[in-house]
Design a protein around this ligand. Structure first.
Ligand SMILES: [Zn+2]
Length: 624
């Protein structure tokens, strides 16, 4: 085999593997560094933009190194896909998903498996601990590595299990990959890897993306107006399943081929909608952040957000799904000022006050008959759902292990009607149920016991065949998935195990730094939407300490300034009266709010006069 290097400095054996298994002759520029490092046995930490071809960065060098490559990833849903792709390329790959551990780990030992995908939780699994001593692990890959860091927006405590891999496989080379990490988070990742890792930070700038922020008018009406004017494939990111259904209906009513997409849909339906959207049968998906993982759709022309994302990292990732083909694409964030207060409130509710946390602890002590200093061994069910948020925090802080037990089908739960009074298309049992719930709850939540409710509906409506509690549960799940109501099965589904002896309730505390972090992140988003000068791309890049670029020339800030706005308003007024609403809607979404502010200033100064329909020049000359 020749050791001659190609134009990218790729050794010939890597080049040959690249061509044989992937059919490419070249790597992308941002892939070269990590590939060479890992192939040469250097630890590497890489920040690559979404769609930067991350998988190849570790698959190619790991293949060249021989032996087994462990890929630790939190994205369980994507593991099987990625393995299928590798097998398709003639590479032996396994994913440890669900209960297939015995078979998969046997294959790894006896079948020359080249890649094993597993979640960080598996690293402490007894099967893993027993079998891994037989493996020749040469490469360890940490995918979505930002989840390691408690400063990241997606912290996953189990990821800290990776430290055990240092001792188990001291000779393996490590690669950590993420598409989204601040400098703080990158430092945290590096500190959990073997020392001496080389960093590769690909440029974040996507010169074909035009960022805008719309802050003018009724958020939803303006967004709908703008969506109907878009050409090509789009994504509308919304904040809840319910919003996803609501927006899909609105977009359809406005004549767009739209569908909802969220985690509550059955897997088959998600796949079907995704395919219809990818093939162009649907123009837009109204989706929650559940959409997008592992999807590479090059021709997305626009990504809108209805309301603020929880942090700039998510925003860059979601907006970054636009324009992968390099053609111009538009990323617009639609907000109202009140959005930020609402969001802050929602975050604070996830972090109950210390008093409530201690009340939850006391409840757990009573429910499990634990006296001071005692640590009962058996798990016990969480029967009081109001304590769940606090119990979640307590288990993060190490007091308990909180587990969801899916086997026990909930017999009770909470229903919140979400307030859309449309059920013509429902079958008779759904119709009866929906009507009953709507009458009972309006906007308030209601706790129900399924057998009782089924009996009640059977008696009241003489249903034939009678409704069973199992049927009722399916109906509620269906209504929840369609966005008519929120169905929260009761917390018998959760069980709690003590992980340390019971202590005095007064001494129980939890770390609230995550709350502060989340609040700080939402403030960063607010600052982005309210920035009154600079460039949007630069603003986003500064959040990631990559501010080396010139202004982008495409965003709403780069394409408009006070002088231009004065000129535009002046010229159009010179032609006669204008209708402000229509006139503003004809302008770029990010320019409407400053133009509206300018109108108000000129009105107050007497340059323009107005009635409720139009504004016009008063005859007094505006000063420059
Ligand atoms: Zn710009």
């Amino acid at each position: 085999m020749s050791t001659q290097e190609t134009s990218q400095g790729l050794p010939a054996h890597l080049q040959a593997l690249l061509e044989a298994h992937w059919g490419f002759t070249d790597l992308r520029p941002c892939q070269v560094g990590p590939v060479l490092d890992l192939a040469q046995g250097n630890h590497a930490l890489a920040l690559l933009p979404t769609g930067g071809g991350k998988s190849l960065c570790f698959q190619l060098p790991a293949l060249a190194r021989g032996g087994l490559c462990l890929v630790v990833t939190p994205l369980v849903a994507l593991m099987e896909d990625q393995c299928a792709q590798l097998r398709h390329r003639g590479i032996r790959a396994e994913a440890w998903v669900g209960n297939n551990g015995d078979r998969v780990l046997d294959n790894v030992r006896f079948g020359n498996t080249q890649f094993l995908y597993l979640s960080p939780e598996r690293l402490t699994h007894p099967l893993f601990e027993a079998r891994c001593v037989f493996w020749n692990v040469t490469t360890i890959v940490i995918d979505e590595a930002h989840c390691i860091s408690q400063w990241g927006h997606d912290f996953r405590p189990a990821f800290q299990n990776i430290s055990s891999l240092h001792d188990r496989f001291p000779d393996a080379v490590w690669g950590a990959f993420t598409a989204t990490a601040t400098e703080e988070v990158l430092g945290d990742i590096a500190s959990q890897m073997p020392s001496g890792a080389h960093s590769h930070v690909a440029p974040m700038r996507r010169p074909n993306l035009a960022y805008q922020v719309s802050r003018w008018g009724d958020r939803d009406a303006v967004l709908l107006h703008d969506a109907t004017l878009q050409h090509g494939q789009g994504l509308l990111y919304v904040q809840s399943r319910h919003d996803s259904e609501r927006w899909s209906q609105r977009l359809q009513a406005a004549g767009l081929a739209a569908a909802s997409f969220h985690a509550g849909l059955p897997a088959k339906e998600k796949q079907r909608r995704q395919q219809r959207w990818m093939s162009g049968q649907l123009q837009v998906l109204a989706c929650t952040s559940a959409f997008g993982m592992g999807i590479d759709a090059p021709h997305v022309r626009w990504v809108f957000h209805a309301g603020p994302p929880p942090n700039l990292e998510s925003y860059i990732q979601e907006a970054g799904r636009a324009g992968r083909d390099g053609q111009p694409a538009s990323c617009i964030l639609y907000v109202e000022d009140s959005d930020f207060d609402l969001m802050q409130g929602r975050i604070e509710r996830q972090f109950p006050a210390l008093k409530q946390i201690q009340a939850a602890y006391q409840w757990a002590a009573n429910a499990s008959y634990a006296t001071l200093g005692e640590q009962p061994e058996s798990p016990f069910p969480v029967t009081e759902p109001q304590h769940l948020p606090a119990l979640r925090l307590l288990s993060l802080a190490g007091y308990f292990d909180l587990r969801e037990c899916r086997a026990a089908r909930a017999e009770r739960g909470t229903i919140t009607w979400l307030g859309s009074p449309v059920y013509e298309s429902f079958g008779p049992s759904l119709h009866t149920l929906a009507q009953w719930i709507e009458r009972q709850t309006t906007s308030q939540s209601m706790d129900v016991e399924l057998t009782q409710l089924a009996n009640h509906l059977n008696r009241a409506h003489a249903l034939a065949p009678p409704l069973t509690s199992a049927q009722l549960r399916m109906d509620l799940e269906a209504l929840d998935a369609m966005g008519w109501l929120d169905w929260k099965p009761a917390s018998e589904q959760f069980e709690l195990t003590w992980t340390m002896p019971r202590q005095a309730t007064k001494t129980v505390t939890v770390d609230r730094s995550r709350l502060e972090l989340m609040l700080r992140k939402i403030q960063e988003v607010e600052a982005y939407t309210k920035a009154s000068q600079g460039c949007r791309s630069q603003h986003l890049e500064r959040a990631f300490s990559d501010a080396s670029h010139a202004p982008c020339g495409r965003c709403d800030m780069c394409t408009g300034d006070k002088k231009q706005w004065r000129q535009a308003l002046k010229e159009d007024l010179a032609r006669g009266a204008i209708r402000p609403q229509e006139w503003l809607l004809s302008k770029a979404p990010g320019h409407r709010q400053p133009l509206r502010a300018l109108m108000a200033t000129w009105y107050r100064s007497g340059f323009i006069e107005a009635n409720q329909n139009w504004i016009r020049w008063s005859g007094k000359e505006a000063q420059g």
